[in-house]
Design a protein around this ligand. Structure first.
Ligand code: GAF
Length: 412
């Protein structure tokens, strides 16, 4: 399939089938132009515009909050933020997605019952807590990162907002602090005890590269994504099960419980990053089978990632693909964050010679699978699987070919 014939692109809230000629240009210019126009109409002034991309993750799932490794890349779907200063302390927000306004003030920011403003207000709260002085602002939010598909639209919002406020009020926030502000916003204003991966990928993304990130030290390395003849294809289950956020936090606690058992046995370990399979077998397995299973997955996923990274660097895409299947099996059977829709999509491509690897991506319980697919096999795969998925799950399957992109920036 030729690039110009890409037939599935993400639009607004979802993946919609659509024929376009030049996706990248259309997306960037259209969205930033429309946000500029809407902003001028609404606030009668010229905005500063920041964009921050969504992300994919090749391998290394649920490892970030265990101080492990991840291998994400920013993609060509972004959140755009138009912003301007106010003379007072007011925060006036408008979301194009929800066609809704929300008002607050800088010194009284608090979580709201409405969902979307929290990702902006939480950032303001973080800036307040870190003594970055801002006054009021008008803000207009829009973008084409599909919500609920596991591409991390919320991290993209947080990073775009932090980046925009940094620029607007000349705050001189060190770049590394932007992802931390995003992560803390999730903890405090969204109740999700997420790791650093998503905002880090959004801010530090680099076109044609994946980021090998050590979530313990935050050291990172850009690894070229050289998969000639193959594409990264995301297959969206179009489901998001309600378990997602509660089970996410539970998994985090289960991992901490595993670390605590090993600490009680007298070992100086701070996280699963310091834990070996031998320790798990010796101390955790006899005590708690469930905790053992969870921790085993994480320790093995870190090993898988390091080896997958070597495969990628050596041009062994098949080796990389195999580890992706291994990752899915661990996520599904041991970490138990998959669901029948995700398992169906991965199982359905296992025997397909055009697909080198596939696995669920992100937190789980819905969203997308990430697949490495031979270019000429994509059309048939999507068509065939679309029918099978509809028949088996009575849901539509949508697909998106992910292109890597640069991280957060100001749009001029
Ligand atoms: C979500 C979280 F936000 C990330 O921090 C990460 O834990 C991921 O789930 C699972 O790898 O996207």
């Amino acid at each position: 399939m030729k690039e110009e014939r890409l037939i599935f692109i993400a639009d607004k809230n979802d993946f919609l089938p659509r024929k376009i000629a030049n996706k990248q240009c259309r997306m960037n210019s259209n969205l930033s132009n429309s946000i500029r126009q809407n902003f001028k109409q609404r606030f009668a002034t010229e905005p500063l515009i920041a964009r921050s991309p969504g992300r994919v993750n090749i391998i290394g799932e649920h490892t970030d909050y265990n101080n492990g490794f991840v291998l994400p890349a920013a993609v060509d779907k972004s959140i755009y933020v138009g912003i301007s200063k106010r003379e007072d302390d007011k925060i006036i927000l408008y979301s194009g997605e929800f066609n809704e306004e929300h008002e607050s003030t800088v010194c009284t920011v608090a979580p709201t019952d409405k969902h979307w403003p929290n990702y902006v207000l939480g950032v303001v709260d973080q800036l307040n807590k870190r003594d970055y002085a801002i006054r009021g602002f008008n803000l207009n939010l829009d973008g084409d990162v599909p919500v609920g598909a596991g591409l991390s639209s919320s991290a993209a919002v947080e990073c775009a907002v932090a980046f925009a406020l940094n620029e607007l009020y000349s705050l001189n926030i060190p770049k590394i602090e932007i992802p931390e502000i995003g992560q803390k916003t999730e903890h405090t204003f969204a109740g999700a005890m997420v790791g650093i991966m998503d905002p880090f990928a959004s801010v530090f993304g680099k076109k044609n590269h994946v980021i090998k990130l050590d979530c313990q030290s935050l050291d990172y390395e850009y690894v070229p994504l050289e998969i000639e003849g193959y594409k990264i294809v995301l297959l969206n289950t179009n489901v998001k099960h309600s378990l997602a956020s509660s089970e996410y936090n539970t998994r985090r606690k289960e991992c901490e419980a595993g670390v605590a058992i090993i600490q009680e046995a007298g070992h100086d370990v701070n996280s699963l990053r310091d834990v070996t399979m031998e320790m798990l077998q010796q101390f955790v397995q006899p005590k708690d089978a469930l905790i053992y299973k969870r921790c085993k997955y994480v320790v093995e996923e870190n090993e898988r990632l390091l080896s997958a990274c070597e495969s990628l660097k050596a041009g062994d895409i098949e080796g990389l693909g195999k580890k992706m299947y291994g990752s899915h099996d661990g996520l599904s059977k041991e970490y138990e964050v998959s669901c029948r829709e995700l398992d169906f999509l991965v199982d359905a491509v296992r025997a397909n010679t055009g697909v080198l690897g596939a696995r669920m991506m992100g937190g789980g319980f819905g969203g997308c699978t990430i697949n490495i697919v031979k270019e000429e096999a994509i059309d048939e795969l999507v068509e065939d699987l679309g029918k099978k998925y509809k028949q088996a799950m009575d849901k539509d399957l949508t697909a998106y070919i992910a292109q890597t992109a640069d991280g957060t920036s100001i749009v001029v």
